[in-house]
Ligand binder design. Structure first.
Ligand SMILES: [Zn+2]
Length: 143
């Protein structure tokens, strides 16, 4: 399946929803979905809709504006509460057509950073989190 992460802290928030998830989102029962960027392997599972609000950057919604979902914007570098879980978006270099964000995800005293492999270690160190989850780890690193 395309990379996706389910964060459960009282409620369930799904991070990324690639094409493999098309027609299968209801099996996950998320209360919200957060998208890192508009590439097929991260967002195209939503092209026929979603059973919950979907959060992404304004740039991502520019690309996916036709998607029939409740489009919620996460502003960069500002903590945004989603179903009791805090998400802070950090723009990362990935694609000019589909600008990407990594997220610092925290709830209570726990935190982790979810981002593209190339940026994750540096970003996590800067933000003081110990746990990291990488997406797109197999892609070429763009200098
Ligand atoms: Zn991508």
């Amino acid at each position: 399946m395309h990379s996706s992460l389910l964060v459960a802290y009282r409620r369930r928030v799904m991070i990324d929803c690639g094409l493999d998830w098309l027609g299968r989102i209801n099996e996950v029962r998320p209360a919200a979905i957060v998208i890192t960027h508009a590439h097929p392997d991260h967002a195209w599972g939503l092209k026929e809709g979603a059973p919950c609000p979907v959060y992404a950057s304004a740039e991502t919604w520019d690309v996916l504006s036709a998607y029939p979902v409740e489009q919620m914007i996460i502003p960069p570098r500002r903590r945004t509460g989603i179903c009791g879980i805090d998400f802070e978006a950090f723009p990362v270099d990935h694609s000019t057509r589909a600008p990407a964000a990594g997220y610092r995800v925290s709830a209570g005293r726990a935190a982790f950073f979810y981002a593209r492999f190339a940026e994750i270690e540096l970003m996590a160190k800067e933000r003081g989190v110990r746990a990291m989850v990488a997406f797109d780890g197999m892609e070429e690193v763009i200098p």
